[in-house]
Design a protein around this ligand. Structure first.
Ligand SMILES: Cc1cc2nc3c(=O)[nH]c(=O)nc-3n(C[C@H](O)[C@H](O)[C@H](O)COP(=O)(O)O)c2cc1C
Length: 330
């Protein structure tokens, strides 16, 4: 059971924090497809205490997405405590501490996965933040720095002792980055040493993977990152499988309707150009597997306005629905 503060969800499916991906628009889409809890991208504690406007913007959340967690990162205690207090003012359901980021400029400075090198300091940081705020504090971390220094069992106990409400375990080491196999067998070992809920993360790319993660491990929750970028409907499919039901393949109509809805949500937050350029990263996943989608993507990449994008997609949909086209392309 994923019990964190007022949240009580059996076999919860969580949307992972992802930089430049999990903004309000994408979180809203994932929520609509059934994500139980969503997280902001990580927010730099130093930027928050300097009142950097771009950093502060990342704290924005909406009631629609609840329960929602704001994730913060940093290697220094005082700025992290201050950042947690600033984040708390936005009234999220959870403050999540990033203790897993592997990027050199972050982990190398003692933040993110860098905290795994000093579990005692990580414990102090979690404890201080728990004391400083009145909402649940959770931690997302990895197995250890590298294969020869896996210390998650010690780290997990320290995180629990520090008062954290749950632990998300990305079942890879820092040196693995995002590649290599995620070793889910650690979930059971971690569950043996702590009582707080444990969320499994890493290598969950399909609804079948979600089912397998819950069947093969005793995780309280499963957190999906890249698998959601490719297809946010993974949450709906996984929920059906967990209920013992089958799901039907998402239709081309729904894929295209999702692109347009997602883009519209982005346009509510930013001006047209600022919304459309970063949105390009989503086309490949949304159109994956559809006939002649590469040509469509090339056309979409050239557009900087919503209307022509809509036209290209509707034309494409019409073509997809014509039998002649399908016969030629399949
Ligand atoms: C584009 C991208 C951005 C990410 N940003 C964050 C982040 O801000 N905070 C964080 O804790 N993890 C971040 N991650 C790591 C993911 O949350 C997750 O731990 C990792 O991708 C493994 O899960 P997966 O195998 O389901 O992708 C990011 C991953 C990707 C691909």
């Amino acid at each position: 059971m994923f019990s964190v503060g007022k949240i009580n969800i059996d076999k919860a499916i969580l949307l992972a924090p992802m930089e430049d991906v999990t903004d309000i628009a994408f979180r809203k889409i994932c929520k609509e497809f059934g994500a139980d809890v969503v997280y902001t991208e990580f927010v730099n504690s130093d930027g928050l205490i300097r009142s950097n406007k771009k950093t502060e913007k990342k704290l924005e959340i909406t009631d629609f997405e609840r329960p929602v967690g704001i994730q913060i990162y940093g290697g220094n205690l005082e700025p992290m405590i201050e950042a947690a207090k600033i984040a708390e003012q936005k009234n999220p359901d959870i403050i999540d501490i990033n203790a897993g980021c592997w990027v050199k400029k972050i982990a190398g400075r003692g933040a993110g996965a860098g905290l795994l090198k000093d579990p005692c300091y990580m414990q102090t940081m979690v404890e201080s933040i728990v004391k400083a705020v009145s909402i649940p504090v959770t931690v997302k971390t990895r197995l250890g720095w590298d294969q020869n220094s896996i210390n998650i069992l010690d780290v997990a106990k320290r995180i629990e002792d520090a008062g954290a409400s749950s632990l998300t375990l990305h079942c890879r080491t820092k040196t693995q980055g995002h590649s290599g196999e995620a070793d889910w067998s650690w979930i059971e070992k971690v569950k043996e040493v702590i009582k707080i809920p444990v969320a499994l993360n890493g290598g969950v790319f399909t609804a079948e993977d979600v089912l397998r993660a819950f069947t093969e491990t005793n995780a309280d929750a499963v957190m999906i990152a890249r698998g959601a970028i490719e297809h946010p409907w993974i949450f709906r499919e996984a929920k059906l499988l967990l209920n013992g039901e089958k799901y039907s393949e998402v239709t081309p109509e729904e894929r295209i309707e999702t692109i347009l809805r997602h883009l519209k949500y982005s346009l509510e937050l930013k001006d047209e150009r600022a919304a459309i350029i970063p949105f390009r990263k989503y086309y490949a996943g949304y159109l994956k597997g559809l006939p002649a989608s590469k040509e469509v993507r090339i056309k979409l990449y050239q557009q900087l306005q919503f209307e022509p994008i809509k036209e290209i997609l509707y034309d494409y949909l019409e073509k997809l629905q014509s039998e002649e086209f399908l016969e030629k392309k399949l």
